[in-house]
Write a protein that binds this ligand. Structure first.
Ligand code: HEM
Length: 398
């Protein structure tokens, strides 16, 4: 398998695939225009809120209280919770996230790379030892969770990811730990994201389960997606023989920023979003009745010429880290546009900069397996690289 191989049928990466209904009854749209039309949601015809569709008495997990599962409207036509929930934290993400998290992310990144160097083998699985680990550590720091909970939290996330929505365990231990974090923060207030949440809970803007929903939701939204994208960065640069190019661009912010956008577009870690259809709609003559589930495919829309915005540039099937403009929708669009977008970009840029500097001669090891899985997130699970251990020791010694 090559890093750029797609782990599912290639029609899900082809924007010219006409809208269709699959054998399970689910509908799919692929083009940039169709996906944007759904995400615009001008007539409120599509909803992420699946609670009304669950069987009577099904357990409601705290993740379902998070902003990504609710809309600005309810299925009954009342005002929904989305804008209130997003409004509580959006100012922090807009004004504080990058400024306060930049030094934190850089420190965690350097510590993570130093652990690799200290093994002394000159080898690293960038998927496991750097990308997933870093993404989880940054989320722990973001939500105010102790770093020694890293592995435990990974297990909690896996329980959630492998359970069906209509039989989801309540994860009481996790809920209890979140309350303990809240209690600790009430005792020792600070000026972090958790404090914003605790204040909104204390003044009644958000409820008990909504408070826990954020802590879980940020972890679920920002861990595997970001981990996948970080690993994609290394494996695409390696596959397309661009690691030396990237090394020569460290310190060039514009070049790095553009490369990060292309890594997001080309890899599209979060490939598809399923939505409930509230009123009859049609796509290119395909009737999609109310009550259906419609999948919008970011992975195909990001291979549409529309991402080039009419500018002459490499075909979207090509990985071109200098592509600009880059109208990809790997981070969504509209009301639910990724709240952590700037953090995800920052993490990718910092890891590339630090790894390319601290692991000299980093290159992919073609003698070892490369593995990728298709799931809610298209993730790299194994990607072995080598580097110059003596050179890395010298950088580490300063
Ligand atoms: C490369 C990494 C990431 C990718 C590819 C990604 C992708 C996306 C996409 C496509 C959406 C929109 C889903 C929809 O339309 O329903 C989204 C929403 C969201 N993302 Fe990200 N994401 C990433 C990292 C993060 C991080 C680091 C965080 C923060 C902790 C985060 C928090 C969120 C939240 C809270 C939403 C929901 C926003 C809303 O419903 O208003 N994401 N993300």
């Amino acid at each position: 398998m090559k890093p750029s191989d797609f782990p599912r049928d290639s029609k899900f990466r082809d924007p010219t695939t006409p809208p269709f209904q699959d054998e399970t009854g689910m509908f799919h749209v692929m083009s940039h225009a169709d996906v944007l039309r759904v995400l615009h949601n001008a007539d409120e015809a599509f909803s992420r809120d699946q609670e009304p569709y669950l069987p009577e008495g099904a357990p409601i997990h705290i993740a379902m209280e998070f902003m990504w599962m609710v809309e600005p409207f309810t299925l009954d036509g009342d005002a929904g919770r989305h804008d209130v929930l997003r409004g509580v934290v959006e100012p922090w993400f807009r004004n504080n996230a990058v400024r306060t998290m930049e030094p934190v992310i850089r420190r965690i990144t350097i510590d993570t790379i130093n652990e690799v160097v200290d093994k002394g083998t000159g080898e690293v699985d960038v998927a496991v030892e750097m990308s997933s680990r870093l993404a989880m550590r940054v989320i722990c720091a973001l939500i105010g969770m102790d770093m020694d909970r890293e592995e435990w939290m990974r297990k909690q996330l896996d329980i959630f990811l492998t359970s069906p929505w209509d039989d989801m365990p309540q994860q009481w231990e996790l809920q209890a730990y979140f309350w303990w974090m809240v209690a600790r923060r009430l005792n020792e207030p600070s000026d972090e994201l958790l404090d914003v949440l605790v204040r909104a809970w204390a003044d009644g803007t958000i409820g008990d389960r909504e408070l826990l929903g954020y802590l879980f939701g940020f972890t679920a939204a920002g861990t595997d997606t970001t981990g996948a994208s970080l690993a994609n960065g290394f494996v695409y640069l390696a596959e397309f023989d661009l690691l030396d190019w990237a090394r020569s661009r460290v310190g060039d912010d514009t070049a790095m920023r553009r490369a990060v956008e292309e890594i997001l577009r080309f890899g599209t870690p979060f490939p598809m979003k399923p939505l409930y259809v509230r009123s009859d709609v049609s796509f290119d003559g395909l009737e999609v009745p109310a009550g259906s589930v419609l999948a919008v495919w970011f992975s195909s829309a990001n291979r549409d010429e529309a991402v080039n915005a009419g500018q002459p540039q490499a075909h979207p099937d090509v990985f071109d880290p200098e592509r600009w403009p880059n109208r990809h929708i790997a981070l969504g669009f509209g009301t639910h546009y990724c709240l952590g977008a700037e953090l995800a970009r920052l993490e990718t840029k910092i890891l590339l900069e630090e790894a390319l500097t601290r692991l000299p001669g980093l290159e992919m090891d073609p003698s070892k397996p490369f593995r990728r899985i298709a799931g809610i997130v298209d993730a790299v699970t194994e990607a072995h690289f080598t580097f110059d251990q003596d050179g890395a020791d010298r950088v580490r010694a300063g």
